[in-house]
Design a protein around this ligand. Structure first.
Ligand SMILES: Cc1cc2nc3c(=O)[nH]c(=O)nc-3n(C[C@H](O)[C@H](O)[C@H](O)COP(=O)(O)OP(=O)(O)OC[C@H]3O[C@@H](n4cnc5c(N)ncnc54)[C@H](O)[C@@H]3O)c2cc1C
Length: 492
């Protein structure tokens, strides 16, 4: 019971221990999925705690159906399972089937899932995390564990435990990256859309603002598709296609402020209504489409980023840096969804004072250089980014790892989060086996284990560069131009 006394609310409560585990994984998104499976495959008693009622986090609840990033290990297993279930075309998944496949894979591994359970505090002794406090329909309870892996996306557990973190962009007023409430529409004649000349999303929005049909320009940038992005879900008839759309956005976001998060959801749900009407009117093939749903979870790209033993930076990304303790790699450039300026939309470069190989550099307006990741290059993410400062026996995986604003904007793709989770689950197991904290774990041992599990850290990833193949490889001295999405296009 909670008392109100002299204007203050006082909570004093004994919390019963409900579970005593080897590993507690908090958050069932891409990272939590990888972490729970891998910890359990090492024979550890593992529980995956999720506040919602399915796995996948942003993939499923956020309707982010494009499984980007470099799939390896458990990520590759997931892709194969989805393909076998006709739930994947290219990188686009059927998110409803994905919920089921994720669950089946976790259950098969032997991990216990518990839904509807919100972690509200950390149990800490000195600098060691001992577990977490959970709230669900059964009431308040403590979950003790020898190792805790924070895959909450927002680094909730790390913050409760007192581990240091950063959030938002110093360059852009401390705001977090723009958020997007994805939504689905049905009954689109995609054949007609492909066969007809069609305006960009940006053009539709700009014309609508001019005509007074849209109160403001939601995205005036040059994102994929111009001002937004949509993709067709697999295994639906082409003349009655279902699409997911990432075109409703909020700026000046505070991703750790409940009132502001609510403002963003309200704003974007309204935008979805406007945009569907505009699509029905101006996009060929969309005349008879309907809005199926807005995402049950707001698309927060960036919130807390822990401060770990290493901070992965935007510079590491463009310089395609490799690390002795690398546990994951990716080929993705930046995807900074502008925190404040809707006329810019996306930013896919950082700045360097002078040109530096292998980044592709070109002079900027301030006497420095805009730098982009060279197509065909890849960067690595070090294990140290998963190890928070100050608190022992805690690992962090997914979009809240230790990275600066720009580094996080590249290293947060879905498959990369799964691999980070896989590394965290394996690191928890090796730490327990060797009787050391994750901070002291021999990263060489960890890498050996990950290689055994299909994360081929000892081999160059097989990279795909649009328009090039083994038979006609990317020329060594290729020329590049900046494409419409601020990314690089190879020009030969
Ligand atoms: C709009 C948008 C578009 C994107 N587009 C792409 C794309 O096209 N391709 C791509 O590869 N990536 C894309 N990304 C990035 C990618 O989706 C995410 O970075 C990635 O899915 C994050 O995975 P995660 O497991 O770290 O976190 P999340 O998916 O956020 O999962 C965290 C989980 O933890 C749970 N949780 C949180 N707090 C608690 C708590 N206290 N107690 C219990 N449970 C908790 C949440 O419910 C959630 O299920 C996009 C992101 C957004 C927002």
């Amino acid at each position: 019971m909670t008392c109100l006394l002299n204007g203050k609310v006082k909570m004093e409560e004994d919390v019963a221990v409900k579970y005593d585990l080897d590993v507690l994984v908090v958050g069932g998104g891409a990272a939590g999925f990888g972490a729970a499976i891998c910890a359990t495959r090492h024979g550890l008693k593992t529980m995956l705690v999720e506040q919602q009622n399915c796995l996948g986090g942003l993939i499923t609840l956020g309707i982010v159906n494009a499984l980007g990033g470099y799939p390896e290990g458990v990520g590759q297993e997931l892709m194969e399972r989805l393909k076998a279930d006709k739930a994947l075309k290219g990188a686009i998944c059927d998110h409803e089937k994905t919920k089921f496949v994720l669950e089946q894979m976790v259950i098969e591994s032997g991990a216990k899932i518990i839904y509807g359970t919100y972690i509200i505090d950390a149990v800490v002794q000195g600098n060691v995390i001992k577990g977490a406090v959970a709230q669900n329909k059964s009431g308040r309870q403590a979950i003790l564990a020898k190792m805790v892996i924070d895959c909450s996306g927002d680094a909730d557990v790390a913050a409760y435990a007192g581990a240091p973190f950063q959030s938002g962009s110093e360059e852009w007023g401390g705001y977090n990256m723009a958020t997007s409430l994805d939504f689905r529409v049905g009954n689109v004649d995609y054949n007609k859309y492909l066969a007809s000349p069609h305006p960009t999303i940006k053009k539709i929005m700009m014309d609508a603002v001019e005509k007074g049909e849209l109160p403001y320009l939601i995205d005036g940038g040059h994102g994929v598709g111009g001002g937004g992005y949509f993709a067709v879900l697999p295994n639906r008839p082409k003349d009655r296609s279902e699409l997911y759309l990432c075109i409703a956005h909020s700026r000046k976001c505070r991703a750790l402020d409940a009132e502001d998060l609510t403002r963003q959801i309200l704003e974007q749900r309204q935008q979805a209504q406007w945009l569907v009407k505009l699509f029905q009117k101006y996009m060929p093939g969309f005349e008879n489409c309907w809005l199926i749903e807005t995402a049950p979870m707001l698309g927060v790209r960036e919130s807390r980023r822990i401060l770990g033993e290493y901070v992965f930076t935007g510079k590491d990304l463009v310089l395609a840096r490799k690390f002795p303790d690398a546990i994951a790699r990716d080929t993705h450039g930046f995807d900074i969804h502008h925190p404040i300026d809707s006329s810019i939309g996306y930013v896919k470069h950082t700045h360097l004072p002078k040109p530096q190989e292998p980044a592709v550099c070109q002079p900027d307006e301030k006497g420095g250089y805009e730098a982009r990741l060279k197509p065909g290059e890849y960067y690595e993410i070090p294990y140290r980014c998963l190890v928070p400062l100050k608190i022992d026996n805690l690992l962090v995986a997914g979009r809240c790892i230790s990275a600066d604003f720009e580094g996080q904007a590249g290293a947060r793709l879905i498959m990369t989060c799964v691999t980070m989770g896989q590394a965290a689950g394996t690191a928890a197991a090796l730490s327990l086996k060797d009787g050391v904290t994750p901070r002291k774990l021999d990263a060489g041992q960890l890498r050996k284990q990950l290689i055994k599990q299909g994360i081929n850290l000892d081999k160059k990833p097989s990279l795909y560069v649009c328009g090039f193949s083994k038979e006609s490889p990317l020329p060594e001295k290729a020329k590049y131009e900046i494409g419409p999405s601020d990314n690089l296009i190879v020009k030969t």
